[in-house]
Structure formats: C-alpha cells, structure tokens
Design a protein around this ligand. Structure first.
Ligand SMILES: Cc1ncc(COP(=O)(O)O)c(C=O)c1O
Length: 384
C-alpha cells in the first residue's frame, strides 16, 4: 500500500510511473459479456437475487465444473459471492472457532492470512523458496498439522509466485490429507486457465475424488474473463459447508450483484476462445520479462508455470549503495528505490510472506513491460 500510495503521489506530480503492482488482466471484458449485463438490466433483473446465487449462474457453474474439470456438483453445493475473496471470507467465518489453525503456504496472497485472523483463526505459514520452485513439501505440511488444524490452503498457479503443483508433488500432499481426515482443503483455482505447461498443473480432486467431501473449490470470473470489477466469484463444496457460508453471506451482502451474475452466466456459457489467446499473450510476456530481469545485476528470476506474476529475488542488491548514498537492506528498500529512481512500482515480497523478493504482474502491454524491465536493469546497474 505504501508503494502504491507513493506511486500515486509521484504520478500526481507528473512523474512517469509504470505500475506493475496490480493483479488484474489488462484485457477488456469481452463484448458479449457486457451485452448480457445490459440485457439483464433492461429485462428488470434489478431486484435482490437469491442469497446463494441465481439459478442460472449456479447452473452455468455446475456445467463449467463438469465440462472443464470433470467435477460433479449439485445446486446446493454451489455459492456465488461478490468475488472469490468473499467466498474465502464466508468459508473461514463459517468454519473457524477461535484458535483454529489454517495452513497457508508462503509466498501467499496476503488476503488468506488476514481473513483467517479476522475470523479468529491462526494462520500457520509454511515458507518455501526458489530452491523448491516456491512449492511446499508434503512433509512440511504434515509436520505443521495439529489437532487444531482446520484447513490447508492451496493456490496454484500461485499469486505471487506463479508456481503450480504437478501430479508427483501434489500426490504427496493428497496422501497427507488422506492420513489427517480432520483437515479440509481450500483449493483456490482462480488462475487455473493460465497454465503454460499443462503437465506442471494437477488438481487434488483429480488425484483423489474422495477428497471432495472435505474440499472447497474457490474460483471466479475475475481473471479468466477480465472481470475483476464485476465482483463475481464462486465456491463449490459439501452442501453443509455451503449452507453455512450462505448463512454468513446473507448477513454481509445478501448475495452478489444480479447484473454481475447475468454477465457471469454469459462468460461461463459463451465462447471461450479468448482464453488460449490471452494465455499465449501472457506466455510471451512472461518469457520476455524473465529474460530481461535475469540480465539485471543482483536479480534472479524463475520462469513460473502459470498465473501472470513473476517473483524474482532481489537478495543480490542487499548491502549495495544507491547513487544517493542509501544502502539497501531489504526488499522494501529495493522496491522503494525502483519507484523513486526509475518510476517502476512493484510489490515487496515481504507482503507475501517471503522477503528479499518482489512481485511483478506482467498483465500489461509488452511495450510497458519492456520499458519497465529496462528501467529495472538500469536501476540495478547504478548500484555500487
Ligand atoms: C489467488 C487469488 N485468489 C482470489 C483472488 C480474488 O479474486 P476476486 O476478484 O474474485 O475476488 C485473487 C485476486 O487477486 C487472487 O490472486
């Protein structure tokens, strides 16, 4: 937030800032989806929708899960919320007693940890690094499990690292869940369509469908359909869990926007050909960004399996001096330096639980990415 505020301040002063901080596709919502929203508004779909989601959208979600994932869910096993974020909130609010533990692998999307805390739970963070491709091991998860463990959160491809789990790694984790039946799985699949090496991505429910009885799938239309502003996400899981989540939601938002839900029906039921096109564009951007960043002194960047983020190490810049004479000692210093010296806004890794790294979203036009990476190379080259 500090970096973002500083970026806005500098922009307001007329400084040329390239912001690579935001986690949303730069593409526009496809036209047929916008048309469906117009039509819904004109047709009078402007009243309170059912709390759990409209029948049409729940049906479209069930069909999507069957068609794309091979998963079979009934209508009372689906909830529609105001973004995937609210699905997470509903789930933790509905299930955590004070002191219950939730295992959150790091680097993590900070929201998991904070929502767990808001709901009275205790996040148990498991660190991973570039040496393991930012994947936590089954053994580390097993060691972290206690009688108080309620959930394991898995997000693949990951925000912020882009890491995914292949069948071999995930098989071990599924084995752990088999042995510890009081632990539920929260599988955040929001980046499922942005996977560059299909073999690098497996889903726990494919490896063990029986886990479905204690798994919550979290997904939404934000990333795959460039609909971050429409605020529609969904969850799929056992009816008792979904029922409790609907009860929570009833007192928070009364359900997601009726117009947004109509748009999401068009997204899920309509043409899907933009998905591979966008994925190819993201892949080209990833390749370019990784190659440029690895030419910057002090930066090391893995090539991630998916999502639209890279999570490079800036450890090699620690202890170096900026042209202004400031000695860098952390990822926060480094990101601040990038912003002040060359006008590139990124997010420090410590926001994601892993210091000495920073996150770049490459959901931006190639020209901006090229310019931003060139500036980063220049900034790194100016350190002594
Ligand atoms: C891992 C992850 N899950 C969920 C979300 C939230 O998506 P939504 O816009 O549906 O709330 C995000 C958004 O950045 C994300 O990165």
């Amino acid at each position: 937030m500090r970096i973002q505020e500083r970026a806005n301040e500098l922009r307001a002063q007329g400084v040329d800032i390239i912001g690579l901080g935001t986690g949303e596709p730069d593409f526009d919502t496809p036209e047929h989806i916008k048309d469906a929203a117009h039509a819904a508004a004109r047709a009078g779909l402007t009243k309170y929708p059912p709390t759990a989601g409209t029948g049409e959208l729940k049906c479209a979600i069930r069909e999507k899960l069957a068609r794309e994932n091979g998963f079979d869910y009934a209508a009372d096993e689906i909830i529609v919320s105001s973004g995937a974020k609210q699905v997470l909130f509903n789930a933790f609010m509905a299930t955590l007693n004070p002191g219950d533990e939730v295992i959150v692998p790091a680097p993590y999307w900070g929201v998991y940890k904070d929502i767990v805390r808001i709901c009275g739970g205790v996040p148990k963070v498991l660190l991973s690094g570039a040496d393991s491709g930012f994947r936590v091991s089954a053994a580390a998860i097993e060691e972290a499990i206690t009688p108080r463990t309620r959930w394991l959160v898995l997000n693949a491809p990951s925000n912020p690292s882009g890491a995914a789990y292949g069948a071999a790694d995930l098989g071990g984790i599924v084995g752990v869940l088999d042995r510890h039946r009081h632990v539920w799985l929260l599988s955040d699949d929001i980046y499922e369509h942005i996977v560059y090496e299909p073999g690098a991505y497996a889903h726990a429910l494919d490896l063990n469908p029986d886990l479905g009885g204690r798994t919550l799938l979290v997904n939404g239309v934000s990333k795959a359909y460039a609909m971050t502003g429409w605020r529609i996400g969904y969850g799929a899981g056992p009816a008792a869990l979904i029922g409790a989540m609907v009860a929570v939601q009833g007192h928070i938002t009364s359900g997601a926007s009726s117009i947004g839900q109509a748009a999401a029906v068009a997204a899920l039921n309509g043409p899907q050909d933009h998905i591979p096109e966008w994925r190819d564009a993201f892949r080209r951007r990833r390749d370019r960004v990784v190659s440029l960043l690895n030419q910057a002194e002090g930066i090391e960047c893995l090539s991630p399996e998916g999502a639209f983020y890279v999570f490079p190490s800036c450890a090699g810049t620690n202890g170096k001096k900026t042209p202004d004479g400031k000695v860098l000692s952390s990822d926060v210093d480094f990101c601040q330096y990038l912003l002040d010296a060359v006008g590139v806004a990124t997010v420090p890794g410590s926001d994601f639980g892993v210091g000495d790294h920073f996150r770049i979203s490459y959901a931006y036009a190639q020209a901006s990415l090229h310019e931003a990476c060139t500036r980063i190379m220049r900034a790194c080259g100016a350190l002594s």
